[in-house]
Design a protein around this ligand. Structure first.
Ligand code: FAD
Length: 412
């Protein structure tokens, strides 16, 4: 284990929460305390989507608590206030139009237009270098699922499996898929023109192959002079380290650069439970240690090839965040190397984001926005992710309490 770079510490609560007022701190404390009651979260994540759908008057409560903590606003104008405030502290922004679960060609077209509007907005700001997109916002889930299953039936190189699978779709489905490709390509082309990177989220394993294949093809086209397209590698999957290395080799052969966002992965329970129910081996690592091992091995691989890879370290794990910084130092790279960027979700791990920014690293908050009723699935995932007092919530709570105590001492 390399020695930590002395400039970077994640326990400086004064730096971590400098952007938060006393009342913001109190609200966050209350919310993280509530989220630490797993029974309350289990119940809440079941009831909330139902209550919102049936128009129970809970939106004001959601807006002043969980929405305010994790979301940048209902529209781009509202996010501007947040992104400007972050800029004061040297923190950048990844904008995410967070609407999920809306299907139908009209909704897909509307989402594409919104992503383009987001890119145009980002180009008018100085601290929004990336936006993020979900292919399920632009394509029918069942179509992705079918294409994925067809891809799995083929043998040979990854991209030729994808090409053969497309030929096996029914003619109307092939046309539908071509419309998806056109939508994604239109977004990426605007990103390339405006100089804004497009991060493509990783989703459930049973729809992921066509997303990966499409993303790789777009990298081949758009990542030549600069890196516009990024794929996401979920290192809780036991096959992803090899996949990352294969993608790197393909990029070298193809003469383009690899954009790689490394995450651990957000759908572990869902993945395991589907595998159990359907009787296939789980795609998820056997334990957390294995996920951590592959995550850090992925970081090491990318940092060793920073001339060819643009790495996005997307994590709330302090050890991994520091490990990436230490790898740079070991390889005599500057801490602000133009091919590495750290990011944490808005509302989480401010101690990492703001301390990295202070040390001179390129770092952002991943900032979702959208009408409150449309970002409910995102909010429910955040609540579930933050239930374990042993894990992230415990850390958030102890840092918030420390900062509150520090401010109380100062006020005496
Ligand atoms: C900027 C950004 C973008 C993101 N984009 C995506 C995305 O596109 N797709 C996506 O899926 N997620 C995405 N995420 C969410 C991310 O996957 C979760 O925040 C992440 O899983 C939490 O892990 P961590 O690295 O923060 O650290 P930690 O808190 O150290 O790790 C928790 C994670 O470890 C894994 N884990 C926990 N227990 C076990 C176990 N028993 N066995 C195996 N693995 C285990 C799980 O992935 C769990 O979420 C993104 C996060 C950020 C910050």
């Amino acid at each position: 284990m390399p020695t930590p770079t002395p400039e970077i510490r994640f326990d400086e609560t004064e730096i971590a929460f400098a952007h938060r007022s006393d009342s913001d701190l109190r609200n966050s404390l209350l919310l993280f305390r509530m989220m630490s009651w797993s029974l309350l979260v289990q119940l809440g994540t079941r009831i909330t989507p139902w209550a919102v759908k049936n128009r129970f008057p809970i939106l004001p409560l959601l807006r002043s608590t969980i929405f305010r903590q994790f979301v940048g606003g209902e529209n781009l104008t509202e996010t501007r206030q947040v992104s400007d405030a972050l800029q004061t502290f040297g923190v950048q922004v990844i904008l995410d139009y967070g609407v999920e679960g809306k299907e139908g060609e009209d909704n897909f077209e509307a989402a594409k237009n919104e992503f383009i509007r987001v890119l145009e907005h980002a180009a008018t700001c100085t601290n929004i270098p990336f936006i993020s997109i979900k292919i399920t916002g632009l394509a029918r889930f069942a179509l992705l699922e079918k294409l994925h299953a067809l891809q799995q039936l083929q043998s040979g190189a990854f991209l030729s499996c994808y090409q053969n699978a497309q030929q096996r779709l029914a003619p109307d489905e092939r046309e539908e898929w071509n419309r998806v490709i056109a939508r994604v390509e239109e977004i990426v082309a605007v990103g390339a023109r405006k100089g804004i990177g497009v991060l493509i989220d990783a989703e459930e394993t049973w729809i992921q192959d066509p997303i990966d294949a499409l993303t790789l093809q777009l990298m081949d086209r758009y990542n030549r002079e600069r890196v516009t397209v990024f794929n996401t590698y979920q290192m809780y999957r036991h096959d992803r380290l090899n996949f990352l290395i294969d993608n790197f080799k393909a990029s070298v052969q193809g003469g383009y650069r690899l954009g790689a966002k490394l995450v651990r992965g957000a759908y572990m329970e869902k993945e395991r439970s589907r595998a159990r129910k359907m009787g296939y081996p789980s795609p998820i690592q056997a334990d957390k240690r294995a996920t951590d091992r592959d995550y850090d091995a992925g970081l090491a691989f990318c940092v060793e090839h920073l001339d060819q890879i643009f790495l996005l370290v997307a994590t709330h794990n302090e050890q991994s965040s520091l490990y990436a910084a230490n790898l740079l130092v070991e390889l005599n790279h500057p801490i602000h190397h133009p091919h590495i960027h750290w990011s944490q979700l808005y509302g989480m791990s401010d101690n990492i984001t703001f301390n990295l920014a202070k040390a001179g690293c390129s770092v952002s908050k991943y900032l979702p926005f959208g009408p409150i009723t449309d970002v409910i699935p995102y909010l429910m995932r955040r609540a579930q992710e933050n239930t374990s007092v042993k894990g992230q919530t415990g850390r958030e709570l102890s840092l918030l309490l420390e900062e509150k105590a520090r401010r109380t001492r100062l006020a005496r």
